[in-house]
Design a binder for this molecule. Structure first.
Ligand code: PRX
Length: 660
C-alpha cells in the first residue's frame, strides 16, 4: 500500500513535533511525565481511575457504589452498575445553575451564510424539554426506539437529547443513506417514531429526504408516527394520521418547556448506531448511559483540552459516531460551546471551514483526512484568506492521515503553532482510544501516538501473543473501558463472535497496526472485508449484495482501491448473467443502483465486467488477487496454485487494461 510506504518514510525520517509551550502551560495533561503517571495509575487501578473521572465529570442522581463488573469472554460488561443518571440532565440541566445558563451551547451554521442560530444552554434546555414532551405525547416511553433521519440541523441534537430525557433509545440514520438502508435499520431496531425533514441542503441544492422515508415506511409497520421538520420548504407528501409537522407539533398549547427527566440505570441503552462489518447486514452497535457519557466527556476534555471559553468545532455529521460523541454528548456534558455545521467543505468556495473558523474564532477544530486532502488540492490561498490565529488545537479522525496531508494541515491551517491530535477509535469504542494529548505528546505525523490512560491497547500476533516492536499484528484492547459497546442490537452471538472470540479476554478492533520502539501506534487499516471510504466504513458484502440484487448481475466481488481524496474507493468486479451485453450504459445503471440501494457514499469508483472471478477449488473468491489488480499491482500475484482456473487472472488483467 503506497500510503503505508509514505508513513514508513516519515517514520524513518523521525520528525517529531513537541507540544507548543502555550498549549502545554494550561493543559489538563501537561507533560509526558504526567501522561506516563496517569497511564500507570489507570493501569494499576482502573476502577479507581474511572470512578474518579466519572464522579468528577458527571452528575449522578444515585451515586454508584459498584464500578466494574466485567467478563470479556461471555462477554458481559457493566460500568457503574448500580448508579442512576440522565444524559440530558448532564448535558443541560446542571449547566443552568453552574454559571453557564446564558453560554452558547450550540452555534449552528447553516449552509446559507446568514443562516445562523445560537442556542444558549437555557434555550437548548427548553427546546429539548418541549421535544421530550412531544415524544411522550406520541406514546414514546422508556426503552422505546426512535429513529432520527435528519440533516445537520439543530433539531437533530434537540431530538437526541429529548430521547435521552425520557429514556428512549435513539438510532440515527445518516441522511445520505438510501430508503433501503433506512428501512433495514428501522426494521432491525423496531423504531416506534421517526423524525425526519423535507430535504437536506447540501452544495446549494435541496436534496429531497421525505420521499425516501415514504418509500422506507411502506414496509416498516413498527413506525406509528413520523415528525417532519421543514428545512428547505419543498413540496412533500404528508400521510394523514402518520405524518405531522415538527413546527406545528412543538408549538401546540399542551407542549411545555419543562419536562421532568427519567433517572436511568447506568447500563440502560442510550443509543443504537449501525455500522458495517465484514458479513451480513450492518450491525446495531449498542451504547449505554453511564459509561458512554463518562467516556465521551473524559476524552473530549483531555484530547481537545477544552476550556470554558473555547469555541469548539467538529465537522463530522451527527449521523456518524464522531458527531454523536464530539459534537453533541462530549462537548455538552462539559458545558462547552460546540459548532454544528450544515453543508460541505467546498461550497460555495473551498474556504467554507476557514471562514467559519474566522467568523466564530474557533479554538479547536476536528475534521477528517479526506476533507484535508480535498482542500489541499484547492491550494493554500484559501486558508490564507482568513485569520486562523484563534486555533489552538487541530484534530483528525476516520483513517490514517498521510504525512503530506498532516503537514499541509499543520502549516496552512495551524500556522505551525497548533498540535494535531490524530485520534484512532471506532463506532464500537464510543470515544477516542489512541491519540496524542495536545499539551503532552510529541507528535509523529501519521501516527495516532499513544493509547489514552485507561486504554489497554496492544498488538497481538495471530496466536494472541504480544507482538514485538515494529511487528505488524492485530490491534486489541485488553481491558474494558467505560465507552465500549455493550452489544449488537438483537444479536448477542454476533457481538461475541465479532469482537471477543478470536482473542479470548480481549476486544478485537479489526485493524492492523504496529507499535514502534517509542510505544507509538501506527494504524495500517482494516484486516477484514471493510473498506474505509472518506473515513466511513462500508462492508464489501453489503455492496456485493446490492449489486447482485440487480437483474443483470450474476456475481460480484468488491474490494478497496487507493483513492487520492477518499483514502479508499470502491472497485467492483461484476459478472453478468448470460445473454446480457456489457456496456457503459449498464455500468452507469449499476452505479445508480448501488447508490439507490445503499446511498451515494457507496458509489463504486470502478466497475470492471469480467467473465469469471478468481476462485479456489472450494469456491472461495481470492480477494487478495482482486485487490492487487484494483491497486494496479499486476506483476506478482504470489501463490496462485490453489486457483481453480488460473487463466482468470490473465483475463482480469486484460480487462483492467481495457478500462484505462
Ligand atoms: O480502521 C479504523 C479507521 O476507522 C475505523 C472505524 O470506523 P468507524 O467505526 O466508522 O469510526 C470512524 C470514526 C471514529 C477503524 O477501525 N480509523 C478511525 N480513526 C483512525 C482510523 N485509522 C487510522 N487512524 C485514525 N485516526
Amino acid at each position: 500500500m503506497s500510503e503505508e510506504n509514505t508513513i514508513e518514510t516519515m517514520q524513518h525520517e523521525g520528525r517529531t513535533f513537541d507540544p507548543p509551550k502555550g498549549v502545554q502551560q494550561n493543559a489538563y495533561v501537561a507533560s509526558m511525565a504526567d501522561y506516563e503517571a496517569l497511564y500507570a495509575r489507570a493501569d494499576q487501578d482502573p476502577e479507581g481511575f474511572w470512578a474518579e473521572r466519572s464522579r468528577e465529570l458527571l452528575h449522578w442522581d444515585k451515586p454508584f457504589t459498584k464500578v466494574l463488573e466485567a467478563d470479556m469472554t461471555t462477554p458481559c460488561i457493566k460500568w457503574f452498575g448500580d448508579g442512576k443518571l440522565n444524559v440530558s440532565a448532564n448535558c443541560l440541566d446542571r449547566h443552568l445553575t453552574d454559571g453557564r445558563r446564558n453560554k452558547a451551547a450550540i452555534i449552528w451554521q447553516g449552509e446559507p451564510e446568514d443562516d445562523v442560530k445560537v442556542f444558549t444552554y437555557q434555550m437548548l434546555y427548553t427546546e429539548v424539554c418541549r421535544c421530550a414532551n412531544l415524544l411522550r405525547k406520541l406514546g414514546v416511553g422508556r426503552g422505546d426506539r426512535v429513529a432520527l433521519y435528519l440533516p445537520m440541523i439543530p433539531e437533530l441534537a434537540i431530538a437526541m437529547l429529548a430521547c435521552t430525557r425520557i429514556g428512549a433509545t435513539h438510532s440515527i440514520v445518516f441522511a445520505g443513506f438510501s430508503a433501503v438502508s433506512l428501512q433495514n435499520r428501522i426494521d432491525d431496531c423496531q423504531a416506534k417514531v421517526l423524525l425526519t425533514a423535507d430535504a437536506v441542503l447540501r452544495g446549494g441544492r435541496a436534496i429531497p429526504l421525505k420521499g425516501n422515508v415514504d418509500e422506507a415506511l411502506k414496509t416498516c409497520p413498527s413506525v406509528e408516527q413520523c415528525v417532519v421538520v421543514k428545512r428547505a420548504g419543498i413540496d412533500i407528501r404528508m400521510v394523514e394520521g402518520r405524518d405531522i409537522w415538527w413546527h406545528e407539533a412543538m408549538a401546540a398549547e399542551d407542549i411545555s418547556g419543562e419536562c421532568p427527566y427519567e433517572k436511568m440505570d447506568a447500563e440502560d441503552p442510550l443509543f443504537i448506531l449501525y455500522t458495517s462489518g465484514s458479513t451480513g447486514k450492518p450491525k446495531g452497535v449498542v451504547h449505554t448511559t453511564g459509561g458512554y457519557l463518562t467516556y465521551a466527556a473524559h476524552t473530549t476534555q483531555w484530547v481537545f483540552d477544552v476550556k470554558d471559553d473555547d469555541v469548539y468545532m467538529c465537522t463530522a455529521d451527527v449521523g456518524w459516531i464522531t458527531g454523536h460523541s464530539y459534537i453533541v454528548y462530549g462537548p455538552l456534558a462539559l458545558g462547552a460551546t460546540s459548532i454544528m455545521f450544515e453543508g460541505v467543505p467546498s461550497f460555495p468556495k473551498p474556504d467554507r471551514f476557514w471562514k467559519i473558523v474566522e467568523k466564530f474564532k474557533v479554538n479547536i477544530f476536528y475534521t477528517a483526512p479526506t476533507a484535508i486532502r480535498a482542500l489541499m488540492r484547492e491550494g493554500t490561498d484559501w486558508p490564507k484568506k482568513h485569520d486562523l490565529t484563534s486555533l489552538r488545537i487541530l484534530g483528525s479522525v476516520g483513517e490514517p492521515i498521510n504525512p503530506e496531508a498532516w503537514m499541509w494541515y499543520y502549516e496552512n491551517v495551524g500556522g505551525k503553532r497548533t498540535p494535531i491530535v490524530d485520534t484512532w477509535w471506532q463506532t464500537e469504542t464510543g470515544g477516542i482510544m489512541i491519540s496524542a494529548l495536545p499539551g503532552a505528546t510529541p507528535l509523529k505525523p501519521g501516527s495516532a501516538t499513544r493509547p489514552l490512560p485507561g486504554v489497554a491497547a496492544a498488538i497481538v500476533r495471530a496466536d494472541g501473543s504480544d507482538a514485538g516492536p515494529d511487528e505488524g499484528g492485530h490491534l486489541v484492547v485488553k481491558k474494558p473501558w467505560p465507552g465500549m459497546l455493550r452489544g449488537v442490537f438483537g444479536d448477542p452471538e454476533r457481538y461475541r463472535k465479532t469482537y471477543f472470540d478470536r482473542f479470548p479476554g480481549m476486544y478485537e478492533a479489526g485493524d492492523g497496526a504496529r507499535v514502534d520502539k517509542d510505544g507509538y501506534f501506527w494504524i495500517m487499516g482494516r484486516l477484514d472485508d471493510v473498506i474505509n471510504v472518506s473515513g466511513h466504513r462500508l462492508g464489501t458484502a453489503e455492496i456485493e449484495s446490492a449489486l447482485v440484487a440487480h437483474p443483470s448481475v450474476a456475481e460480484a466481488a468488491v474490494v478497496g482501491m487507493p483513492h487520492h481524496i477518499k483514502g479508499q474507493g470502491i472497485y467492483a468486479y461484476v459478472t453478468l448473467k448470460s445473454g446480457i451485453e456489457e456496456s457503459d450504459g449498464l455500468r452507469k445503471e449499476l452505479v445508480g443502483h448501488v447508490r439507490k440501494e445503499i446511498g451515494p457514499i457507496a458509489t463504486p469508483e470502478v466497475i470492471q465486467f469480467t467473465d469469471g472471478l478468481p476462485k479456489t477449488r472450494s469456491g472461495k473468491i481470492m480477494r487478495r488477487i482482486l485487490r492487487k489488480i484494483a491497486e494496479g499491482q499486476i506483476e506478482d500475484f504470489g501463490d496462485t496454485s490453489t486457483l481453480a482456473d488460473p487463466t482468470v487472472i490473465t483475463s482480469l488483467v486484460e480487462g483492467k487494461k481495457d478500462l484505462l
